[in-house]
Design a protein around this ligand. Structure first.
Ligand code: G
Ligand code: G
Ligand code: NA
Ligand code: MN
Length: 250
């Protein structure tokens, strides 16, 4: 497999790049964190989207190697930011299920000097569909270290509500498929309102993804969505572009 060989090389060498997408507090517009998003440019094919190469890596048993790479890149970058913002890193279900994540996280925090409280791990519901007791133990030990856990793509899975009940997440990331219909009226808006109410009732912070318009921002602000991420604020960008962005943000 050509693409897989190239991906292995990229992972071993310096072929991957971490990009960062800023997140703000919706109440005051201040920066609160950045999500780390992997990018890969294939020598011949050009940029390969992560929804293509991340699953490819997972199928090849490389979820752990990829997760270690991105965790190091995210923590190293964040340790050098001018403000003590949170950095979030996406982890594959396979990686979390492997049981190796707490030791890896401890090593990377030690190595980079990033305080545990500045690291957030984003997991999807698919993580919790695994061997639940082992996964819960992993998540609990991460939280005991001071790392926070966000449920990504909230609402898109089969049983987000059941998992919310089984595991105390720190944050729900409202998927952009729910944010997109805001401003068009209809049931999309009602669903977002209900999720925000649920977060408030359970004491779980909320962040909306894929916010692209002022109307969506206003709607979310008015209903108490805690944080905002999306092209309206900034696109994911390489570290070189992030530095001036962080410096200049009002
Ligand atoms: O950045 P973009 O929208 O193209 O990402 C597409 C998908 O790839 C998203 O679902 C995102 O969560 C996933 N993704 C991006 N970076 C990473 C990463 O470092 N690890 C994992 N597991 N998934 C990632
Ligand atoms: O699955 P996950 O939530 O990690 O995916 C994040 C993805 O969403 C990234 O690939 C990022 O590029 C993309 N993204 C971030 N903000 C926006 C936005 O405002 N609009 C759209 N269409 N995509 C976005
Ligand atoms: Na994510
Ligand atoms: Mn998401």
């Amino acid at each position: 497999h050509d693409m897989l060989d190239a991906l292995r090389e990229a992972l071993a060498g310096d072929g991957l790049e971490a990009h960062f997408q800023p997140q703000i507090d919706s109440a005051n517009g201040r920066l609160v964190g950045c999500e780390t998003l992997l990018r890969w440019k294939h020598e011949k094919l050009g940029p390969v989207p992560p929804d293509v190469f991340v699953p490819l890596a997972e199928e090849a048993g490389l979820a752990g190697a990829l997760g270690a790479w991105v965790l190091r890149a995210g923590c190293r970058a964040a340790a050098a930011w001018p403000q003590p913002l949170r950095v979030s890193v996406n982890l594959s279900a396979d990686h979390v299920a492997s049981g190796n994540v707490p030791a890896l996280v401890a090593a990377v925090l030690e190595e980079t000097g990033l305080p545990a409280g500045r690291l957030e791990l984003e997991i999807t519901e698919s993580v919790l569909m695994r061997d639940t007791a082992a996964v819960l133990a992993t998540l609990e030990s991460l939280r005991a270290m001071g790392v926070t856990i966000a449920m990504d793509d909230f609402g898109t899975g089969y049983s987000s509500l059941a998992y919310l009940h089984a595991f105390p997440f720190d944050r729900m990331k409202i998927d952009r498929s729910f944010v997109q219909p805001i401003g068009k009226g209809g049931s999309g808006e009602t669903i977002v309102e209900a999720v925000l109410a649920l977060g408030r009732a359970l004491g779980i912070a909320t962040i909306a993804e894929g916010v692209e318009t002022e109307a969506q921002l206003r709607f979310l602000q008015e209903r108490g969505c805690n944080e905002i991420q999306g092209f309206l604020i900034a696109r994911p960008m390489p570290a070189a572009a992030l530095a001036p962005f962080l410096r200049d943000w009002p």
